[in-house]
Design a protein around this ligand. Structure first.
Ligand SMILES: *Cc1c(COP(=O)(O)O)cnc(C)c1O
Length: 468
């Protein structure tokens, strides 16, 4: 059938004006609900889209009539989209507890209560209530850190661990050299390269040893009058296996003491408790490093600590005081939300209420506990076009913990009659809320360790719809 194309001018004439649209009762009620500005903008966007389609000859007269019939719905959809938050919650079914792309550590409920209590009103952020004078924002977490790390220690808070490393190196090594083992020149994610940060800190990097072997004698030989500090970087996202050699922290500290050089350790993840009790071996804690004699330790607030994004510098008071006096601190300091969230998280540690911190609670779940929920989910969703099995697998700690840091878990493995595993994963991702899963060997794998129990119902509902 040959359909005559109406000239474009005729089509344009069919388009209503924005004013006409706003007078439509359904659009007027959108205005009443959401306001004139956003509704008008949505109407303009929808009209502009139709004009483009006419200009590109993608609409004939009948198709345009159809589109105009649904124009109110289109405006409504456009309005919803324009008012929706881009940042939204997702269901993390990957089993990666500290997933950098999914916001790292989820915050404890107590942190949100403390944020609400202190940031929706005025606070004593920099005000000393006893004296009525100006105070320092640091005090709000210093006492808590001292309780956890020891009275002789000080702690400074900046925006993230990259900033902490920058501040430490700039304070202690600007204009001089920092010695670091060649094997520790890591790149974390796409954005944190130690050599680049050191350069911006005004410190020269002096690599010692080879990629897989660095001895304490290599450090000692490299020390000159320009050397300012010895740097140790925790190997967060890679492991050099096989024939490797690295001096112990104690050896490095002994050399630092002997040559009067501070030892700085970029710990990355920075656990505040001994994680052996959580089934994780070999992940150094901040206290371990400080006990070994490290002068300044830098670590993230939103990795194993389980709090808000922050960079922490903890260590000997004289060094921390110098770091605090660096003018760069002013550019890197954090706001009241971070202090509130960090203090509430630290208080859970002081109380030893580790289950209040979601990341730690997830680590403590046994495979049996995860498996029970996995079995319930599989049973509730079976019978449709999806096939379920509960299998053994591993959860990943992530977030700069040792790459081998895994925990045994139970996974829900899913295949679909009419979808590939990738298609099924896409459907899950398109759910509201979005569900992020792993795909392995032609199956979608869900690890409920990182799914909050209150999200199980949403997960079940999504699987029932997809499998129907
Ligand atoms: C994660 C990590 C960083 C970067 O920390 P951010 O808080 O993301 O800035 C730096 N060093 C190490 C060793 C890390 O693991």
């Amino acid at each position: 059938m040959l359909r005559m194309k109406a000239p474009a001018a005729d089509l344009y004439r069919k388009l209503p004006s924005v004013d006409e649209l706003l007078r439509e009762p359904a659009v007027a009620s959108l205005v009443a609900l959401e306001g004139t500005a956003v509704t008008t903008a949505a109407a303009r966007t929808v009209l502009a889209r139709l004009r483009t389609e006419i200009a590109e000859a993608r609409l004939d007269s009948a198709q345009l009539d159809l589109a105009l019939g649904g124009i109110v719905d289109a405006i409504d959809r456009e309005l919803r989209q324009s008012l929706a938050f881009s940042l939204q919650s997702v269901i993390n079914a990957t089993g990666v507890i500290l997933h950098t792309n999914l916001g790292r550590a989820p915050l404890a409920d107590a942190t949100i209560e403390q944020i609400r209590a202190t940031t929706t009103q005025y606070s004593n952020l920099e005000f000393d209530i006893a004296s009525g004078e100006r105070g320092k924002r640091d005090v709000h977490v210093q006492r808590l850190f001292a309780r956890l790390l020891g009275d002789g220690t000080g702690t400074v808070v900046v925006n993230n661990n990259a900033a902490a490393v920058l501040l430490a190196l700039n304070t202690l090594a600007e204009g001089g050299e920092a010695l670091v083992s060649r094997g520790e020149l890591v790149e974390i994610g796409e954005s944190f390269r130690v050599p680049d940060v050191m350069q911006k800190a005004g410190a020269t990097l002096r690599e010692v040893g080879t990629t897989n072997r660095t001895r304490i004698a290599d450090y000692e030989r490299a020390i000159t009058e320009r050397t300012r500090l010895l740097l140790r970087v925790h190997r967060s996202n890679f492991e050099i296996v096989g024939f490797t050699e690295q001096p112990s922290l104690e050896e490095l500290v002994a050399l630092g003491r002997k040559r009067n050089l501070p030892v700085v350790e970029d710990l990355g993840s920075g656990a505040l408790v001994d994680l052996h009790a959580f089934g994780l071996a070999g992940e150094p804690s901040v206290v371990d490093s400080l006990h070994a004699g490290v002068d300044v330790v830098t670590y993230s607030g939103d990795k194993l600590l389980g709090g808000p994004q922050a960079g922490l510098l903890s260590g000997r008071k004289e060094f921390i005081a110098r770091i605090r006096q660096n003018p760069l601190f002013r550019a890197l300091r954090v706001d009241k939300l971070t202090y509130a969230a960090l203090a509430a998280t630290l208080l859970a540690y002081v109380r030893q209420d580790h289950d209040a911190i979601p990341a730690l609670h997830m680590m403590r779940l046994t495979p049996e506990q995860v498996g029970l929920r996995a079995g319930t989910l599989a049973a509730a969703c079976s019978g449709g076009k999806l096939r379920f099995a509960v299998i053994n697998g591993e959860s990943v700690v992530g977030g700069g913990a040792a790459p081998g840091a895994t925990l045994p878990t139970r996974l829900v493995a899913i295949t679909a009659e009419d979808l590939t595993a990738d298609e099924l994963a896409t459907r899950l991702r398109q759910n509201v809320p979005s569900i992020v899963a792993r795909v392995e060997e032609g199956r979608v794998l869900l690890d409920l360790r990182t799914v909050f129990p209150h999200q199980d119902a949403a997960l079940r509902a999504a699987l029932l719809v997809i499998g129907a």
